[in-house]
Design a protein. Structure first.
Length: 114
């Protein structure tokens, strides 16, 4: 399984970014896909997940600002991040599972300046 994340960068508070993740080696259509993040000194935390049926789940801290979506043709999952805040600064990781094992992308850094 390979998860290739991209789209991070340095933005100002209030700006938007869209993260992308290309998945391979997994039956993408049936897998739940997720985005997690880890800020310096903090544990990795869930940001959002999307099931094969496109049901979504969000951390309270991002509800109303972030939106997760998926393209089952291109094996892509996206995270649209609006109204970014400095506390959203973190490395964002794409995630899925296969056979009970967790798989993570390499992470993409999002830095939000105030």
């Amino acid at each position: 399984v390979q998860l290739q994340a991209s789209g991070g960068g340095l933005v100002q508070a209030g700006d938007s970014l869209r993260l992308s993740c290309k998945a391979s080696g997994v039956n993408f259509r049936v897998n739940t896909m997720g985005w997690y993040r880890q800020a310096p000194g903090n544990q990795r935390e869930l940001v959002a997940t999307i099931t094969s049926g496109h049901s979504t789940n969000y951390a309270d801290s991002v509800k109303g600002r972030f939106s997760i979506s998926r393209d089952n043709i291109r094996n892509m999952v996206y995270l649209q991040m609006n109204s970014l805040k400095p506390e959203d600064t973190a490395v964002y990781y794409c995630h899925t599972t296969r056979g009970g094992d967790n798989f993570w992308g390499q992470g993409t850094l999002v830095t939000v300046s105030s």
